[in-house]
Design a protein around this ligand. Structure first.
Ligand code: ADP
Length: 361
């Protein structure tokens, strides 16, 4: 998609942030388009919250070349003079105010007249499906309802961007999945820009237009959920995005069509997902997803295949997790025929174009 300056709502270039002598962010570049759902994904300590706090203006960066919000330079503008709102995992609602009063709070601080305030709060409560709860005390709400009040309280201020820091982290799994859908619908309906922090790849894949994967203060890969799922560009990305089968591999041949590598003596073909092509003899990483592996009665030339011997199978309800010992090493396979007895010895196969070859770090 093109990104003209008009639909770009956020632009950050070369952002560094230090705590003492330790860099928490190392020269980050970042953009968001109007109406985009961007997720900052990464392990704990990778710098997601620091980046979000800097976007919110809660912290000023140690050094940044460009930081604009809706075309305006905000590199030295604190939170109270920036039109962004943040939703945190811990709702931070005022227990002595009811639902509507909580939503009205920011408008009151902005001296919006009472009738207008009330109308805007009620309209926003409608958006988060809490109209019937407007006069209820905060203490009498469930966790999911409290988070919806927190979201309404932020959105009522009509921020140019809504920042969300692990907003569903405190909810149980069923509610979290329902709230993912609800939040996404709300974001689409309001056509708002959301910047969303999570450490859950599943949550990022479900909700995002674009995922920014962070590691150790850097954005190491940016892409659509499909890109990140199918074409991780490093061993770190592959592992973080849940690619279960990962091996060290030596490059044997490089061509336009793909790469041939050797893994523990077995010849494997796949697709290079890194930046510049590797050289013959280089050690790289070979990966493929367990759900792409199948038992092949007669595998085709478009597949890698190996003899395997079943070493474990775990029943997971909807599927079976199987491990086959092969010349490559142990290969994990997910079988959706969870009630069929797995074959003890089998030819294991997976498509060459679903075989990821990438830098080993
Ligand atoms: P994430 O949100 O991805 O878990 P953070 O942004 O919280 O990561 O932290 C990034 C790095 O900065 C970590 O190494 C963390 O220990 C450090 N850090 C975060 N906040 C502070 C702080 N207030 N003082 C010192 N170090 C901090």
């Amino acid at each position: 998609m093109t990104n003209t300056s008009q639909d770009r709502i956020l632009e950050v270039k070369t952002l560094w942030h230090y705590y003492g002598n330790t860099p928490a962010l190392r020269g980050i570049d970042l953009e968001a388009r109007r109406g985009e759902f961007v997720t900052l994904l990464g392990p704990s300590g990778s710098g997601k919250s620091t980046l979000l706090r800097i976007l919110a203006g809660l912290e000023l960066p140690t050094d940044v070349n460009v930081m604009t919000l809706d075309g305006q330079d905000v590199s030295n503008i604190p939170a109270n003079r920036r039109n962004v709102s943040t939703v945190f995992q811990h709702y931070g609602l005022f227990p002595h105010l009811n639902v509507r009063e909580n939503v009205e709070y920011g408008l009151r601080a902005r001296k919006v007249p009472a009738a207008d305030r009330r109308e805007r709060a009620l309209k926003m409560l409608e958006q988060v499906q809490l109209s019937d709860f407007a006069e209820r005390p905060i203490a009498r709400l469930s966790g999911g309802q409290k988070q919806r009040v927190a979201i309404a309280r932020s959105l009522v201020l009509e921020p140019v961007i809504l920042l969300l820091d692990e907003p569903l982290g405190a909810l149980d799994e069923k509610l979290r999945i329902d709230m993912q859908v609800e939040l996404l619908e709300l974001q689409r309906r309001l056509e708002m820009t959301f910047i969303y922090v999570t450490h859950s790849q599943e949550e990022a894949l479900t909700m995002s237009d674009r995922i920014l994967l962070m590691n150790d203060g850097d954005i190491v890969q940016t892409g659509t959920p499909e890109d990140m799922f199918d074409r991780p560009n490093s061993r770190f990305s592959a592992s973080f995005m849940g690619v279960e089968n990962l091996f060290d591999a030596k490059v044997v041949a490089v061509s336009d069509a793909g790469l041939t590598v050797e893994v523990n003596g077995a010849s494997i073909e796949g697709v290079w997902t890194g930046a510049s092509l590797p050289s013959v003899g280089e050690t790289i990483c070979c990966g493929f997803r367990s759900e792409r592996v199948q038992i092949a009665d007669d595998s085709t030339t478009s597949m890698n295949s190996l003899e395997g011997k079943l070493t474990s199978h775990i029943y997971k309800g909807k599927y079976l997790d199987l491990t086959y010992q092969t010349a490559l090493g142990p290969i994990r396979m997910r079988s959706w025929q969870s009630h069929a007895a797995p074959t003890e010895t089998a030819r294991i196969a997976w498509h060459k174009d679903q075989t990821i070859l990438c830098p080993k770090s």
